[in-house]
Ligand binder design. Structure first.
Ligand code: ZN
Ligand code: ZN
Length: 323
């Protein structure tokens, strides 16, 4: 398009050729720079993962991992009781000081309660930032490294970068439960939800993983198991007041419209197909809004270590807040 514009510019042939050559060289340089950036990110990613593995002192590692319950020790087992729901029991004697859970969050959100929070902490890993790495297209977030920026831009931030000003404008950006529901969707492409509409998001099994059901869980890979666990959290939908469900539905529709405006469905060419995909995603937004209300935990003042705590072994949602 730029070469076309040069051709139609009315400049002399020599000038046009000169400009076109400069433009092509600039594109080649840009492509090389992007290639190098990708290389750096991959390098950083590998280094950081090695560091993270080494970060945990020996006493904080799980000696005997559970066969399928991610981040759990084999010392625990999941049970279900109609009176108090799904819960974890010790499956054998637990030694004093034995680590039973070490988890990464499946969805997390940095609470922007104080303005400084957004520039002091990495929006991907929540580490305290010493040399901020900016987002290339907004000034609302910072990252601790190109690795974290690369991760965020390839998942939630490619959408949130375009919606943040809307959320800030309507006062939603500090409603962490709403933002968590949005991020749970935004961090994965719509095709993931469509392809797994039945397999992962088909049956709301609040007894998932308990007792005899545990064998079937072993067949899911890590990512799928995480989303299946997320979907099967309790929502208490049947006990909710109509007005509560109606309010959450309005939120879900609003979030869905934000996704559309941000180009989340941009790779779908016809409107009918967009609507089909939007129904799947909208239903999940509503479900996550209801589930997160009863399954999130605020982690206050824990910035420099990664110990994730949760009352439910399968809940990997947490809310970061600055006290
Ligand atoms: Zn980071
Ligand atoms: Zn941004």
């Amino acid at each position: 398009m730029a070469i076309d514009a040069i051709d139609r510019s009315g400049l002399t042939k020599e000038l046009r050729q000169g400009l076109a050559t400069e433009l092509q060289e600039a594109f080649i340089k840009l492509a090389k720079a992007q290639e190098e950036e990708r290389g750096h990110v991959e390098e950083e990613e590998k280094k950081k993962e090695e560091e993270e593995t080494d970060l945990l002192p020996p006493w904080a590692k799980i000696a005997e991992p559970h066969r399928w319950l991610l981040g759990a020790s084999a010392a625990v087992r999941v049970e279900y009781h109609p009176d108090f729901g799904r819960h974890v029991l010790a499956g054998r004697n637990v030694v004093a000081g034995e680590v039973l859970f070490v988890e990464r969050p499946l969805v997390s959100y940095l609470d922007p309660e104080e303005a400084a929070t957004t520039t002091e902490f990495c929006h991907e890993c929540f580490s305290k930032v010493s040399v901020p790495v900016p987002c290339p297209t907004c000034s609302r977030v910072v990252f601790c490294s190109r690795r974290c920026r690369g991760r965020a831009l390839s998942s939630h931030h490619q959408v949130e970068c375009r919606t943040h000003h809307v959320f800030r404008g309507v006062g939603l950006d500090d409603k962490c439960l709403v933002m968590l529901a949005f991020r749970a969707v935004a961090q994965r492409p719509h095709a993931f939800f469509a392809e797994n509409a039945e397999r992962l998001f088909g049956g709301h099994d609040v007894q998932r993983g308990a007792g005899d059901n545990e064998e079937e869980e072993g067949v899911l890979d890590v990512d799928d198991a995480g989303y299946r666990a997320l979907f099967c959290l309790v929502t208490h939908e049947s006990s909710r007041q109509d007005m509560d469900v109606a309010t959450k539905t309005v939120f879900a529709v609003f979030l869905l419209e934000c996704l559309k405006v941000a180009g989340y469905f941009g790779d779908i060419s016809d409107e009918d197909s967009v609507e089909v995909a939007a129904v799947v995603v909208g239903r999940l937004l509503l479900h996550f809004l209801m589930a997160f209300q009863f399954n999130t935990h605020m982690v206050e003042g824990v910035y420099d270590n990664r110990l994730i705590c949760s009352h439910d072994a399968e809940t990997r949602i947490w809310k970061e807040a600055k006290k």
